[in-house]
Design a protein around this ligand. Sequence first.
Ligand code: BGC
Length: 752
Amino acid sequence: MLDIQKLLAEMTVEEKCSLLQGKNDWYTVPVERLGIPSVMVSDGPHGLRKQDDSKENPGMNEAITAVCFPAGAGTACSFDRSLLEELGGLLADECQAEHVGVLLGPAANIKRSPLCGRNFEYYSEDPVLSGEIAAAWIRGLQRKGVGCSLKHFAANNQETLRMCVNETIPERPLREIYLANFERAVTRGKPWTMMCSYNKINGTYSSENSWLLTDVLRKEWGFDGLVMTDWGACNDHVAGIKSGLELEMPRAGDDDDAIAAQAVRDGRISMEELDRAAGRVLQLVDRVLEGRKEGMVFDREAHHRKSREMAREAMVLLKNDNELLPLARGGKVAFIGAFAENPRYQGGGSSHITSSRELCALEAGADYAEIIYARGFDLTAAEPDAGLIAEAVQAAREADSAVLFLGLPDERESEGYDRTTLALPENQNALVEAVLAAQPNTAVVLHNGAPVVLPWADRVPAILEAYLGGQACGGAVADLLFGEANPCAKLAETFPLRLEDTPCYLDFPGDGGKATYSEGIWVGYRYYDKRSMPVCFPFGHGLSYTTFEYSNLTLSTDTLEKGEITVSVDVTNTGKRAGKEIVQFYVHPLAPQVSRPVRELKEFAKVALESGETKTVTVTLTPRDFAYWETGIHGWYAEPGEYLVEAAASSRDIRLEKKLTVVNRPLPVPVSGDMPYGEAMKIPGAEKILDSFLKDAQSIAGLASDQLGESGKAMMEAMLRELPLHSCCSFTPVTRETVAKAVEALQKLPQA
Ligand code: BGC
């Protein structure tokens, strides 16, 4: 629709500069003279939070009514790309009906610590799952002509001082954990826009990090859209534009237009840089205009029903001893806990939706059984209330079974600050103990956006993690409790036993605005598995009312050099009900030369099976799935050697495994005087060059004589292998000149 090159040729510098910040909080700047309209962006990601323009002075948080779908923490647990695509599509319909051109989501940051206040919006501790889920959401939204803004790029992993914290993140975890999720979402979802994060990474604000915004995002990953700031994340408008940022949001004021224009005039911003930035804003406007569907109407009630269906797919059955669930229909059940009546179904902050309606479990449960309700605890207090507990115990006794509705009150979990504890309020834990003593058939339903510690997890027979399930969450909970639907989600994050066990416990959220990611790549299950630590519920865990068996794990080849391999496994529903199983494929290096996680998720698939039915699940893996980020070459490297490909029901429930050999060239070894003698000796041809070193060292160490004995020799040899070449001068008669010459000769040896 827009002829971008022609428009750029016609625009003045001032007009181009005016495009590089918002018109206000939510709109881009129009250029009426040239017929360039303004387009609107609005918050997501699990509903449309559009500012109510009909009001005279709408506050930033006053929004129109919309449908609140389940939050990201839950939808990620569906491991279901098609569900996320459908969700994106429903959100696009709501945006089209409201003339919103860009929905600000998905939020795909990695869950570094379960304490992060915004984890309820984020997907996972794992980059593959997080990236896949985000990409699916993006495809679904954009297919219907609405753009997304993948956020917050990158490493917005805490809310404490989020707008200025400086995060020190080494290269390998940055690539393997904190960028890998975005890489996948960008390359597979092709977002129209990205939202850069507030924080600094290794000293540089994301909004002016040219390595991040240009070298990695555009040059390496091929991103062809626009980068906007998070709201208020611009530190230096000119530095931003030069680094690969295009749009500052919200409007900072007329000053920034003048500052940009002056920088163009005095050559700090080149015309090419200005045209790139203004051109990308025009491209976004063009995409929105092209995608616009005038007159869109959608059925809000149908969306509410969809929200209920999606919530059923997003809730995780963590435990179900003696098949307590599903509950018998038509019986008498005590629903206990304030969340049965007032479910907490979304988090606080910019994602908060003005919901079109709400459905609580108390109302929905009445369709299935006679419900007796007891509030059990006060949502605004933490101390146990003896009267409320006594009432709850009475209700539990009167009923055939009890369901406790627990979770985090609103103020305990929100954008803008982090949690300080993983504990539930004390009054809820006290309630569990009292009800459990009175009624052994007690199930717990949890309403929270991130893990909590469950001191009674061993003693409560059934636990359903409902997460923040959207406005129809009470309906979904009732459907699952009474078996109208079969649970089919699995955890996208680990539930630890204690806060003290979490990988970044010692460094989160850092001191004085500095966060050091010293746990490196050991995030989530990568950490717990490497340390063989017990956890409360592992990554990838989730039960069903039926059971599944895995058989016939097959690899298309047992050697991988390039291209891809096909991995397939048969899954059989061995129980009595129809159900869905999430099959996870992990890669497990058998003898890595560098530190690697025990296993890493590389693929997953969800399969629906009738009772007794078998289906074959097939995925593909490429050399990249076996690679780690090698800092020596600043690139991905699949180390040659043996790996297991595992088909698993969770990260701690590996059902089948097959061995695979990866073939690859060895890494070039950087040769210098710092190189340990033993490493140098591994280079083909080195033995000849280091011949004199060997002899002299042997004589000094007494290796040539019998004096040392076998074990003494072995110890000496081990120590020698560690000796850097330059230190040989100190312990052998070898001179510095000999060392220098040897290093030179080694450097000339051809390496495979
Ligand atoms: C949040 C973003 C949000 C923006 C606009 C920021 O504070 O971090 O996720 O899209 O506000 O509301």
